[in-house]
Design a protein around this ligand. Sequence first.
Ligand code: SF4
Length: 268
Amino acid sequence: MPAMGSVNPAENTLLLKKIYQALRRAHGPRGWWPVLRPGAGPEDRPVYDPKRKRLTARQRFEVAVGAILTQNTAWANVSKALVNLHRAAMLSGEGLRRIPRGRLARMIRPSGYFNQKAKKLKAFLAFLDDWKSGGRELEGLLREPLGVAREKLLEVNGIGPETADSILLYALDKPIFVVDAYTRRIFSRHGWIRGDEPYDDVRLWFEKNLPAGAPLFNDYHAQIVETGKRYCHRVRPDCPACPLYRRSFFKTIRSWKKLKIGRAFLHS
Ligand code: SF4
């Protein structure tokens, strides 16, 4: 099995930095995670805000709910579900605890798999009730070391590594790299990973080769998602328009040529 990335660790670091710089130059800072502004009215929606410094406790909770709702669906659908909860004044731990599961499922219907997701949200709330949150929702987790918080989140029914890490990074500002399908697709098309490695292997490859820090991991993942949405489609990627369409961003001439002659859509 070929190792991930280059055998030379310094090359990996340089590559990942250059990729990030190219994406950031093309897209600007992404301002993740989108949340409702404090005092948002019934017509407001979650917004991206590159200038935002810190999240409020309520926004942290909203990010965690959004991370669960975004499983297997596009963000636009999640945004509609969050707005439904917000308009009904249910987008809080207190609100979600009060609402019966059936009604919760109807309110989050736009996010898809709504019955399962209502169950997952209830499981997450039960976890917060059991956890040392002191009635302050995610605040208990915020105080825990990253490894402990992650282990606890992964015990919750319906929370896998990607969701747990999204909550840790985007709700709690903990320095962990989030790996998603776009990460696997982009970096496997460029030959740096195979694409089917275990989640934690890919995560650790990024973490080992990038300077640690929640702000960098936050925007790096957001840039990858933007690249996936704009150019790196599952079929027929728009390589000529993509900021990563440079020979130096590909591991081998073979992986570069494969895209050049337009066969990338054959593998995802
Ligand atoms: S669209 Fe092409 S150049 Fe851009 S990330 Fe995907 S495979 Fe790479």
